[in-house]
Design a protein around this ligand. Structure first.
Ligand SMILES: Nc1ncnc2c1ncn2[C@@H]1O[C@H](COP(=O)(O)OP(=O)(O)O)[C@@H](O)[C@H]1O
Ligand SMILES: [Mg+2]
Length: 337
C-alpha cells in the first residue's frame, strides 16, 4: 500500500445564490514512501485545495468533501480532530508559497522552531534550542545562532523560506507537501531551495509532493508527475516519458507553453487557447474539450476513462497525441542518400 492513497476525492464549494465550484472532481493519486511526485496544472485546477484537503485545513462551512485520503493506513477525512492535529506537523508537513504568511510575524524565528520541537518531539527548552540551531544550519542559514533571535521581517524571502523548511523538517515527517514553494523567489534562490529539498528527500526517504505550475521545477526534482485539469488527473507518468511523449493534449499544450531555448524565438511560447474557465463538467465529457485542438465527438460522450500506455504512464484522452516513434521526418531526409 502506498504511503498516501487518494481515491475519488471531490471538494465542492457551495455558496448561496451561486453555482457550486467543483474544485477537486474525482482525483486519484498515490505517493510512495521516499518518492517525489509533482502535481502540476494551470492556476485554478485544484492543486492547493487538494493539499488543504490532505491536511484537513479546508473551511468547515460551505464545503462538501467526499472520497478517501488514506495516509499510512488511516483515512485522514474521517479521523478525529485530535488525531489529525497529531499527524499534521509530525507525519505530514507543509511548505506554502509565501513564507511571510505562514510564519508568525510577532514571534522570533527561534521561538517558532522550538515550539514545534517541544510540541511534536517532546523536547525540553534547552534541547529544543540546540536542535533549532542545528536545523537552521542544515537548511543553509549562516550565523544560525544569531538568526534564532530575529523576527521574520529581518530575514530575506529566501531565508524565510529556509526557516519554513527547517520547521517542516523539524519532526522528520513521512511526507512533505510543498505548494509552489519557490514561486515567490528569484531564480537563483529558487534553485538553492530546490537543491535543499532534493538533498533532504534523498537523505531521509521523505515523500515529497511538489505542487507547481512550473514544468522546469518538475524536471528538476520529481520522479513522477501528475497533471491536473479541472480538478482531476488527466495524465501521469515518470518525468522523462511525460516530457518526451505527452499523450494528453493538455499536457502537450502545457509543455509547449513553457519557455525553452531549443525552439526558434518566434515560436518559443505557444499558449493554450482559452482559459481554464472554458470547461465542461467531467460527467458530460472531457473538461478540456472546449480548448482541445484534437476534439472529436467521442470526447463529448461521457467522462473519458484513465487508460494505460504502460505500467507507469496513464492518460485520460480518447484521441491521444501520437508518440514520437523513430526519427523525425527531417532526420530521415538527412539520412537518405
Ligand atoms: N474558499 C473557496 N471558496 C470558493 N471557491 C474556492 C475556494 N478556494 C478555492 N476555490 C476555487 O477552487 C478552484 C481550485 O482552486 P486552487 O486549488 O486554489 O487552484 P490552484 O490549482 O491554482 O492551487 C478554483 O476555481 C478556486 O476559485
Ligand atoms: Mg495554488
Amino acid at each position: 500500500m502506498a504511503l498516501l492513497e487518494i481515491r475519488d476525492l471531490k471538494v465542492v464549494f457551495t455558496r448561496r445564490d451561486k453555482a457550486p465550484v467543483h474544485a477537486v472532481d474525482g482525483l486519484n493519486l498515490d505517493v510512495d514512501r521516499g518518492q517525489t511526485v509533482g502535481l502540476v496544472g494551470e492556476s485554478g485546477c485544484g492543486k492547493s485545495v487538494t493539499s488543504l484537503a490532505i491536511l484537513g485545513l479546508l473551511p468547515t462551512r460551505g464545503v462538501e468533501v467526499s472520497g478517501t485520503i488514506t495516509f499510512d493506513g488511516e483515512d485522514l477525512l474521517t479521523m478525529s480532530d485530535t488525531r489529525r492535529r497529531e499527524v499534521r506537523g509530525r507525519d505530514i508537513a507543509m511548505i506554502f508559497q509565501d513564507p511571510m504568511t505562514s510564519l508568525n510575524p510577532v514571534l522570533r524565528v527561534g521561538v517558532q522552531l522550538t515550539e514545534t520541537l517541544r510540541r511534536h518531539r517532546g523536547m525540553s527548552t534547552g534541547e529544543a534550542r540546540v536542535e533549532a540551531q542545528r536545523l537552521l544550519e542544515q537548511v543553509g542559514i549562516p550565523a544560525a545562532r544569531q538568526r534564532l533571535g530575529e523576527f521574520p521581517h529581518q530575514l530575506s524571502g529566501g531565508m524565510r523560506q529556509r526557516v519554513l523548511i527547517a520547521i517542516a523538517l523539524a519532526c522528520s515527517p513521512k511526507m512533505l507537501i510543498a505548494d509552489e514553494p519557490t514561486t515567490a523567489l528569484d531564480v537563483t534562490v529558487q534553485a538553492q531551495i530546490l537543491d535543499l529539498l532534493r538533498t533532504h528527500v534523498a537523505d531521509s526517504a521523505t515523500a515529497l509532493v511538489m505542487i507547481t505550475h512550473d514544468m522546469g521545477v518538475v524536471a528538476g526534482i520529481c520522479d513522477e508527475v501528475s497533471v491536473m485539469y479541472a480538478g482531476r488527473r488527466i495524465e501521469a507518468a515518470r518525468c522523462y516519458p511525460l516530457f518526451e511523449d505527452p499523450r494528453h493534449w493538455y499536457t502537450k499544450g502545457l509543455l509547449a507553453s513553457a519557455p525553452t531555448l531549443e525552439r526558434p524565438r518566434a515560436d518559443r511560447l505557444s499558449p493554450i487557447p482559452g482559459s481554464a474557465q472554458d470547461r465542461i463538467p467531467w460527467a458530460q465529457g472531457c473538461a478540456f474539450a472546449p480548448r482541445c485542438p484534437a476534439v472529436t465527438a467521442d470526447c463529448l460522450a461521457g467522462p473519458p476513462p484513465m487508460v494505460s500506455v504502460d505500467d507507469t504512464h496513464q492518460h485520460r484522452c480518447v484521441n491521444p497525441a501520437q508518440p514520437h516513434s523513430g526519427p523525425a521526418p527531417a532526420d530521415k531526409e538527412l539520412m537518405s542518400p
